[in-house]
Design a binder for this molecule. Sequence first.
Ligand SMILES: O=c1nc2n(C[C@H](O)[C@H](O)[C@H](O)CO)c3cc(O)ccc3cc-2c(=O)[nH]1
Ligand SMILES: C[C@H]1O[C@@H](n2cnc3c(N)ncnc32)[C@H](O)[C@@H]1O
Ligand code: SF4
Length: 325
Amino acid sequence: MSPSTQNIVTYSPAYTLVPTYECFNRCTYCNFRTDPGKSPWLTIADSKSILQQLQSQNICEILILSGEVHPLSSRREDWFKLIYDLCALALSMGFLPHTNAGPLSFTEMQKLKNVNVSMGLMLEQLTPKLLNTVHRHAPSKLPQLRLQQLQWAGELQIPFTTGLLLGIGETEEDWWEGLAAISDLHHRYQHIQEVILQPHSPGSQQTFDAEAFNPLQLPEVIAKAREILPADITIQIPPNLVKDEGWLLACLDAGARDLGAISPKDEVNPDYPHLQEQRLREILQPAGWELIPRLPVYNQFNGWLVGELAAALRTPLEDANFYRK
Ligand SMILES: O=c1nc2n(C[C@H](O)[C@H](O)[C@H](O)CO)c3cc(O)ccc3cc-2c(=O)[nH]1
Ligand SMILES: C[C@H]1O[C@@H](n2cnc3c(N)ncnc32)[C@H](O)[C@@H]1O
Ligand code: SF4
């Protein structure tokens, strides 16, 4: 790395669209979900007016995060169509979509590849023991199912974001195993662009009664993750979940280089508002870090983008040179 890139920290200026909060899983740490049938779905008309308002702002990524309709439900097809249509709409209006809607069938993933510049799914944790605790009522969190999703993303050449949720009842050994599994898949397919190390952060809606992940431990997890993960995978941490400024800087010193999608509302952790970009800069700059925006797809994957997506990528790049770095 040249000296000029060593002090760079990136983030993706984003807006999060939620097709639906309803979810057939009940992860006990979730502050997002409602019961199936209990939340109205986002409409294309409402999305269009939201996106129109965003066009005058410096937002590039549309992060599509969704609760899940059961794969065997008669409503699954409509749910998938809504997600696909939202991506296509965002794309047609000049944004770059990134979808994380839980596990998908191979065909669903293949279709979404055509309207997303990258996609995401957290591995969470590999250890099956969580199926007796936080994931007891969350069939989507079966470790083998999550690993298969990462494998399919590789086979389909989809630039991918994954990560670990820390502090949900796993051991330290479990972290290294989860990271090693991500590394193995990346060695096979070279498709993982970033790994999020997400500290469990209790919110007002969840039933899981546990402390927040100890933020003082995060730098050591990052440092070890940096040793385990291949160098071309960026480590991402969510700045709103790392309360103290000193802790945030310690995470960067340990090897984190990205602050993720920063959206007006963190839909997953609504009790933890994001700092203003200006405020983040004020924290980072005195310590020698330069904060710069990035696209939701890392440069090394540009060759994987098909058709319309390759053209869409050129527009924000030409419009805003600052995205280039
Ligand atoms: O860029 C992404 N950011 C993802 N993020 C990061 C998110 O955009 C924010 O950076 C954090 O939520 C901040 O707390 C997630 C955050 C979560 O809490 C849970 C899941 C995700 C999933 C993604 C994802 O697929 N892609
Ligand atoms: C969308 C992603 O959000 C993460 N997630 C869900 N609930 C919480 C929480 N209370 N704290 C931190 N991260 C959470 C999970 O990793 C999920 O995959
Ligand atoms: S974390 Fe995702 S899968 Fe789990 S209940 Fe919440 S929305 Fe559903």
